[in-house]
Write a protein that binds this ligand. Sequence first.
Ligand SMILES: C[S@@+](CC[C@H](N)C(=O)[O-])C[C@H]1O[C@@H](n2cnc3c(N)ncnc32)[C@H](O)[C@@H]1O
Length: 310
Amino acid sequence: MSIKSPHIPVLLNEVINSFRDVKNGYFVDCTLGYGGHSKHMLEHYPQLKHIGIDRDDEALAFSKQHLMQFSDRSILYKGTFANIFPKLQEKPIVAVLADFGVSSLQLDKLERGFSFGSETLDMRMDSDAKLSAYEVVNNYSFSKLEYIFKHYGEINRSKELANSIIEERAKQPIQSAKALSEIASKILPKGGKIHPATLVFQAIRIEVNNELGEIEGLLDALEAKHTEGEIVSLITFHSLEDRLVKNRFTKWSKDCICDDMAMRCTCGKKHSLGFMLNKKPITASLEELKYNPRSRSAKLRTFCFTKSNN
Ligand SMILES: C[S@@+](CC[C@H](N)C(=O)[O-])C[C@H]1O[C@@H](n2cnc3c(N)ncnc32)[C@H](O)[C@@H]1O
């Protein structure tokens, strides 16, 4: 029996196609979610064994059912990918996928506190994690709040916003995402169709879930350990995520690692770990944008390792 997934996988054909030259071995889906990408990968590449990682219990429980028919070649782990990926013992890993950010269900389920109308202030992907949005909004200092808004939301009026939150919470604790979104809407300008609190929510979500640290951790692990022919496809949803992936893939592609200011090359020019499948990121087609508006900011970048480092 097939069950309907609450999440439409983005750039599905493009993801499948990015692994077209994959060898035999393990495919690691670092952001299993509702198993959309994983299921199609397992169907399309019968030679692959599958490892699915997610920090969200609800997503794991759903995917366990969803991938039942593949249970003989699939194993699921709970935790963060930056923590689990470097410890994987399964070999060889030949394909790695990450579709960063939150799932549609996490966004849509009001009690998870990710959406503007939520009556809670949570935003934890892992409901067992200690830090929640409530803690950040009600207990962080002015300078920490300002830092988050400036660096994780790229918000110009980060000082004003942090001040306003501190003033409001002195009257009474800020209990809900709805209340936070009202405070933000008073300070930040409306930008067309985009809700004014969008970047505030993005910033707090990044802090609560250490989202950028997680991506760096995964990239570090891939840099430290990879096999020849391993293909890595990463999907990002905003510029902060994309910059991390783009910069690291560019670094891995370079033969010469001499300082930009060096007069001549002294490194021997043999340092490239592989190549990027496409110079520019792949984005959603017009057709996909019609049935899945959440794909509008998705960017897919793929790197193929040509050397082993195991
Ligand atoms: C965009 S959804 C993935 C959807 C999936 N590709 C599908 O087709 O159903 C992102 C998922 O990754 C999980 N996630 C995000 N960051 C994570 C991390 N650092 N470690 C583990 N899971 C993470 C979230 O809990 C969420 O379920």
